[in-house]
Design a protein around this ligand. Structure first.
Ligand code: FRU
Length: 469
């Protein structure tokens, strides 16, 4: 440990020693112990344990210098915080240990991340100058101690048409070669992913740009790639989509393209589908469980979002959490999502009803509403979060977008859908995730009720309400 690591480590421990209990702390969503969390990083299952690292700023619930926090779990439901794993303690990552991934092979966990360096005191625009995005590797053989950091690539190793914004490595193995995607912004403001390849996981060569035939945003963050059944999915969090269909949506988007052909050779990208249509969803990352499931987890928050007011958890000393881990599956050619099955072990009591259901004072539950007739659906959670189907669209809306209220400034999000058949609602103390038509579309939001209530009206539907412990 160098002196810088020691100093940072004791500062983090000091920040974490202020214990608190907040009214909006979640029961089964991964949260930072204190301070700020953003992207999921290094998700993997290693020696039977699930590891989730996260972008972490323990010193201030409104963000700041980023490190990697580290939590582990044996069921993806209960997460045990293990401490800060990677500190910004080197010249190549001194202004932030930015996002990255885990790649597991032969009893070793390889963590790849971006060492962010933001230079001071210069005439910089931080797009074309004044910033470094270094690719760094750290390995671990036990999942709890992390070795020496190795600087693998600097901006000068990336294709020369790219701006300084290159980051968020995601690594996988295919046909006995290793591949890495990084998110990038070109010098002329075109968003893309860049593919690298390697024979030894250490020396990397830039292979090609992966982008749409038309310009699609100015920056792609946190690219990801996986296969599910016969589909190849390229995921990216895209900045700079404005106007038209993006007008009523979030400031940045997270979605995927279906890849036709081979990503590493010749390929074409389909149109872009959003992973989530709600208010709070960004920077998802996938990993494969040892039993072969693809699990996708995102930051249940949004960066640079002026629409929302201050989240009330800031007064409790923390901000943000992950989405509940979702298994990706396909149904009739559609890519769908559902909460990982381990959640069901949390069910304590179940009540069944038809047409309508009401409950008071419940903070954590899973409701399944099946066989919806005539698209008739209206649900109110607490005072003012409304889920409904109206004029051929499914919508999630807050009746009162007051920045100091339950919505903290959130208004309405919707998706045009010609019919709805079933809805699953997963509510935790301060979040709601809604899976429409077996998870063909998902809507996620944070919310901050003072009193909890639930009112479901859905003609003819079979309602199954399960309390979660
Ligand atoms: C996405 C992101 C990443 C970056 C990280 C920094 O939310 O901007 O591109 O690595 O967050 O915290």
């Amino acid at each position: 440990m160098n002196a810088m690591t020691k100093d940072l480590s004791s500062l983090v421990k000091k920040a974490e020693s202020h214990s608190f209990c907040g009214q909006y702390r979640q029961r089964f969503h991964l949260m930072p112990p204190v301070g700020w969390l953003n992207d999921p990083n290094g998700l993997c299952q290693f020696h039977n344990v699930y590891h989730a690292f996260f972008q972490y700023s323990p010193f201030d619930p409104q963000g700041g210098l980023k490190l990697w926090g580290h939590s582990t779990s044996t069921d993806m439901v209960h997460w045990d915080y293990q401490g800060a794993a990677l500190f910004p303690d080197q010249p190549f990552d001194c202004t932030g240990v930015y996002s990255g991934c885990a790649f597991v092979e032969e009893d070793t966990m390889y963590l790849y991340y971006t060492g962010n360096v933001k230079l001071e005191d210069g005439d910089y625009d931080y797009v074309h100058s004044g910033r470094e995005g270094n690719t760094v590797l750290v390995t671990s053989s036990d999942g709890s101690t992390f070795g020496r950091k190795r600087l693998l690539m600097k901006n000068s190793d990336y294709p020369s048409n790219l701006s300084c914004h290159v980051r968020d490595p995601k690594v996988w193995k295919q046909d006995n070669r290793y591949y890495m995607l990084q998110g990038a912004r070109s010098k002329n403001d075109v968003g893309m992913a860049v593919l690298f390849s390697s024979e030894d996981k250490v020396h990397w060569k830039a292979e090609k740009e992966i982008k749409t035939p038309y310009d699609f945003g100015y920056m792609w963050e946190c690219p990801d790639y996986f296969s599910i059944d016969e589909y190849q999915i390229l995921s990216a969090s895209v900045q700079g989509l404005n106007g038209g269909i993006w007008k009523d949506r979030n400031v940045y988007q997270s979605g995927y393209f279906l890849v036709e052909g081979d990503l590493t050779e010749d390929c074409q990208l389909s149109s872009y589908h959003l992973w989530d249509y709600g208010f709070d969803y960004y920077a998802p990352q996938s990993f494969q469980t040892e039993d072969g499931r693809i699990v996708l987890t995102a930051w249940m928050g949004m960066p640079d979002c002026e629409e929302y007011g201050n989240q009330p958890t800031i007064d409790e000393g923390w901000q943000h959490c992950f989405t509940f881990p979702r298994e990706i599956f396909t149904k009739d050619g559609k890519i769908c999502q559902r909460p990982v099955q381990e959640l069901k072990r949390q069910i304590t009591q179940t009540q069944k009803a038809e047409h309508s259901f009401q409950a008071e004072g419940k903070t954590a539950y899973l409701v399944s509403i099946q066989n919806i007739l005539d698209n008739h659906f209206y649900v109110r959670l607490s005072e003012e979060l409304i889920l409904e189907y109206e004029q051929n669209r499914f919508q999630m809306r807050f009746a009162n977008p007051d920045k100091n209220g339950l919505s903290a400034g959130r208004g309405i999000r919707y998706l045009d859908m010609d019919h709805i058949e079933n809805i699953t609602i997963l509510a935790d103390v301060s979040s709601v995730e809604v899976f429409v038509n077996d998870g063909e579309a998902v809507f996620s939001t944070r919310y901050y009720p003072r009193q909890y209530s639930l009112d479901i009206q859905s003609k003819g539907a079979q309602i199954c309400f399960s309390e979660l412990r």
